[in-house]
Design a protein. Sequence first.
Length: 219
Amino acid sequence: METKTLSLHHIIKEPTLKKEKTPVLFMFHGYGSDENDLFSFASELQEELCIISVRAPYPMQPYGNAWYAIYFDAAQGKFSDDEQAIESRDKIAVFIDEAVAAYNLDADNVTLLGFSQGTILSYAVALSYPEKVKNVVALSGYLNEDIIIEGYKLMDFSKLNIYCSHGNVDQVIPVDWARKAPVKLAELGIRTNLNEFPVGHGVAPQNFYQFKDWLNTHL
């Protein structure tokens, strides 16, 4: 499958098990990384998946990319550029439609897999546009309500499934932030729990196998 020129740079792994309708998993990396980071998971995931790993739109110096800027300011401490995050949210929503059309994928079987900043965006896309997304694998991130579309609490989330995990000694994003997500999701009728692992800001092998098993039942 040849990679096409779409609105966001990406790399692709085509399914090794062909089905009439091809489910797709989009990968969204963390702050300062790129599309190759999570792609190392691709060969280990379900054979029927088309896997598309996406590069964030804001290049960083000297390397890496971001979905939105994070500022380190003496007065405010660390804070995020929510306007840029909202732009990235909508760029991802457009890109999902582009990729589904360009690669002839199943629009009703779309999974978002994010890590860290990529998870924050995955939550925002899925809760802003639940008609586009079936599953979210939310690794080492948190739910930022300020970058979700206005009025989202009135939408239908009955078809949305979410898996969340976090390292309970994460020094980048505190686990307490992640623990709030299942509580907020329950208010929307989305049942999930936070799976915690004894690691820092990363994905433990047992974490990988757990979300892979979860995908088996949700694809």
